[in-house]
Design a protein around this ligand. Structure first.
Ligand SMILES: N[C@@H](CCC(=O)N[C@@H](CS)C(=O)NCC(=O)O)C(=O)O
Length: 162
């Protein structure tokens, strides 16, 4: 199996954590994609993942899988121990719900803040520009506040589970 990723970026890190937990690192070939040079926006990479984002997993039959949740599910189902995506219907649903909540309330908001209220990745990578965003920085800062609220929520959840 091959994983197209980049060290130091959050979504690739999600899969590195899965690989470590499942002890699958040794079976994986890591292919580093030059995000700063916009390699992921070139046709060769877009053929693997039309969304133009990392990570992407290539499995042994040649299929490309993207979306961290789908990659996690695939790797988890190769071998049930430890189980990361749940075993019972309740566990599976709870994990799916919390994962989606973490993406919506924290990860997406952090990305929006980074891209809109900080120098971010620079103009080459800001492929989508909404002309109606008259104050992108204000919106970006609002996303920062949303991410901080999300982190407070997860702090509470984790304290309750300690
Ligand atoms: N929903 C995707 C998000 C992937 C994503 O946004 N990856 C970032 C790296 S952390 C990326 O490739 N960004 C490049 C860009 O947006 O140009 C997933 O779950 O894998």
């Amino acid at each position: 199996m091959k994983i197209y990723d980049r060290s130091g970026f959050p979504n690739p890190a999600r899969i590195r954590i899965v690989l470590a937990e499942k002890k699958l690192d040794a079976q994986m070939e890591f292919v580093s994609v030059d995000l700063i040079g916009a390699e992921h926006k070139q046709s060769a990479f877009l053929a693997k993942n039309p969304s133009g984002v990392l990570p992407v997993l290539q499995i042994d039959d040649g299929t490309y899988l993207s979306e961290s949740t789908a990659i996690t599910e695939y790797l988890d189902n190769l071998d049930g121990n430890p189980s990361l995506t749940g075993k019972t219907p309740r566990e599976k649903a709870m994990i799916h719900m919390m994962q989606r909540r973490a993406e919506a309330e924290v990860l997406d908001a952090v990305g929006n803040y980074f891209h809109n209220a900080t120098p971010g990745l620079g103009p080459i990578l800001q492929v989508y520009k909404n002309p109606e965003w008259t104050d992108r920085t204000a919106w970006g800062n609002q996303q920062r506040d949303k991410a901080l609220d999300g982190l407070r929520y997860f702090d509470g959840v984790l304290k309750g589970n300690a």
